[in-house]
Design a protein around this ligand. Sequence first.
Ligand code: HEM
Length: 247
Amino acid sequence: MTADDVNYPDYLALDELLALQRLRSSPEHPDELLFIVVHQASELWFKVIIQQLHALIDRLKSGDAELALWHVQRINTLMRIVAEQLSSLDTLPPQRFQQFRSFLGNSSGQQSQQFRLIGALSGMRDDHFVGVLKAAGTIPGPLQAALEMPRLEDLFHELAADRGKTLESLYTGPGPDPVFFLAEALLEYDQAFQRWRFLHVQLVERIIGPGTGGTGGTLGAQFLARSVSQRFFPTLWAVRAKLFNPA
Ligand code: HEM
């Protein structure tokens, strides 16, 4: 096949792609299509975010702050897109979701391997995070490999140190430099990820209420609300306070 033979539907594998929205409800519930598409689209964006996180890690390791910044900016844009998509489900009233929820069985976003991988690549290593992964069974290879990598925040600190910078000097020294902008972009990534978590828990409360358990067997919104304040880069947040509360 030459490049001339490739057309839009072939290039994008549209026949396969558009056949993947397999509604489970019977009779088919008209709102289940939106529900599936938002999840599938989110997983596709997660795939690109994971690719970009790997690229970011490589750039940090090679000390290339400028290209690292480019990858973080792209990741931040994608996180905003994924978060904004959730709002389309605000148009799903609880009584309509209730009509097809039982067809989901035990399916739950909690089983999203890509979401977990994003967490691991972004530096989550705490006991709760790792405990949940272990409780779900054998940890898949890519996730295990990510857990064994240095934390993203530590890679940033190493890059800064190689350029003779500390976090304090970035924020208190002379004019902003590329490493400072990289620090701010990473902080923005934390913000964007937390915003996804917040919008998701708000959506869950709006649709199933604050006290309803999830299809994954958790306490639902109560469980999710606990992780809204989790951060990938605590030192980037802490350094700000030093300016206002000098020791
Ligand atoms: C009607 C809309 C939604 C409801 C009612 C809902 C409900 C829930 C609940 C209750 C949980 C906690 C685990 C459980 O017990 O199931 C959860 C987790 C999760 N959901 Fe959703 N969800 C919705 C939409 C979405 C969408 C569109 C995505 C996009 C991918 C998503 C991704 C996730 C992820 C990744 C988790 C795991 C979060 C974590 O462990 O921190 N959810 N969801």
